[in-house]
Write a new protein. Structure first.
Length: 372
């Protein structure tokens, strides 16, 4: 790590999360948290030796009932993060706590409480099973003795299908008989059938066309409210995440580069990478004001294939340095710490594109330091 504190310490320092009385209000309790997790994989192939650093010192606190959006482009570590949060995979360092206890220690006893909707719904279901059998699995595994009978299970499966906008008639159909959007609904219904408290959604909108995306977004919104679910929504689509989420984490090259605790601060997003995402958005879902659409310089390198991250070594420089129009020498030799810009807003950048309001509230500490 470069300068500054480790990411977990920022929560201790400012204490804005957790069941803390603030302005007389009791904050919602934290349901799921990652404490300084990291994960790397050995590089496959003989050309490049070393490891891919998929997740680097990542800390998150997800409050009960909130929808946390996680955005970042392909390969930045989003799916890895979800697998670790769900307890399917163990991090190399750090830990994940669910209700203040290790998520792994609770895998057997409370397996149903954290459910994942996997990326690419076609691969996430067994194509030889009918919708009834797909939904029957969680009902059998997690329902205790409640759904023991075949008839009861079928009725319950039908109920979950209707909750995601399908019908009883679809029970006997096989995955190949469903459209992409319908299959995504089946995957969501399967997760709901386990009666989870936390739903982790990995790119639920990718590979769907725009009108179907809109239907799934509305479905997720409805289900979240009806079931008082805590959701973690991973997407490369900033607009969808903005529409659905209460809080936002932006990732780049395995690092959290920006985080806002309340989406109402959206116009204040200021990491150069996030700015680029905002500019690239089509305006389907965003309700941005004019100020946030500020013109942002584009460089030649912007045409580069950004799938190829320099995550092959333990980085000692800003993960976004090669594409960043704001970069200076310091960005090539140090990793900026995740610094608190204003309450509930963190950014990992030495030279963030400061929104006016933020600058008024507090000068960016690193900026002052670097100008000396
Ligand atoms: P995203 O979901 O944001 O596209 P992933 O979490 O799938 O990103 O991957 C992050 C990085 O980790 C990528 O470079 C990917 O190739 C690598 N990676 C993920 N899972 C594995 C694995 N099981 N083995 C080797 N490398 C992996
Ligand atoms: Mg992924």
């Amino acid at each position: 790590m470069g300068t500054g504190m480790r990411t977990e310490e920022r929560f201790i320092k400012c204490g804005v999360f957790g069941q803390i009385k603030e302005n007389g209000m009791i904050q919602k309790p934290i349901l799921l948290q990652a404490k300084g997790i990291s994960k790397s994989y050995p590089l496959a192939g003989k050309v490049k030796q070393g490891r891919i650093y998929a997740i680097n010192d990542l800390s998150l606190r997800i409050k009960e009932g909130e929808c946390r959006g996680i955005v970042g482009e392909s390969g930045c570590g989003k799916s890895t993060l979800l697998r670790i949060l769900s307890g399917l995979e163990e991090p190399d360092g750090g830990e994940v706590l669910y209700q203040n206890m290790s998520v792994f220690a609770q895998m057997k006893t409370r397996r149903n409480e954290i459910q994942m909707v996997f990326q690419n719904s076609m691969n996430a279901v067994n194509s030889y099973l009918s919708a009834e059998a797909i939904l029957g699995e969680p009902l059998k595994n997690f329902g205790g003795r409640k759904w023991e009978g075949k008839k009861e299970r079928r009725e319950k499966a039908a109920l979950y299908l209707t909750r995601v906008g399908l019908s009883e008639k679809d029970l006997d159909k096989y995955p190949s008989q469903f459209s992409g959007g319908q299959l995504q609904r089946i995957c969501i219904a399967r997760a709901l059938a386990a009666e989870p408290r936390v739903l982790l959604l990995d790119e639920p909108l990718s590979s769907l066309d725009v009108s179907v995306q809109a239907q799934i977004i509305r479905l997720l919104e409805k289900l979240g409210k009806e079931n008082q679910l805590t959701q973690v929504l991973v997407s490369h689509d900033l607009e969808a995440v903005y529409y659905l989420s209460d809080s936002l984490t932006v990732m780049y090259g395995g690092w959290v580069v920006e985080e806002i605790e309340e989406i109402k601060l959206f116009d204040q997003l200021c990491h150069p990478y996030t700015k680029r995402l905002v500019q690239a958005s089509k305006g389907n879902w965003l309700r941005l004001n004019e100020q946030s659409k500020m013109v942002y310089p584009v460089r030649d390198e912007d045409n580069r294939n950004t799938d190829e991250f320099e995550t092959f070594t333990e980085e000692k420089f800003c993960p976004y340095v090669s594409l960043c129009p704001q970069r200076t020498e310091i960005c090539r030799i140090e990793i900026p710490p995740l610094a608190e810009l204003c309450d509930g807003h963190w950014v990992r950048c030495f030279f963030p594109v400061l929104p006016e309001q933020c600058a008024k509230i507090r000068n960016h500490p690193l900026r002052i330091e670097k100008k000396k």
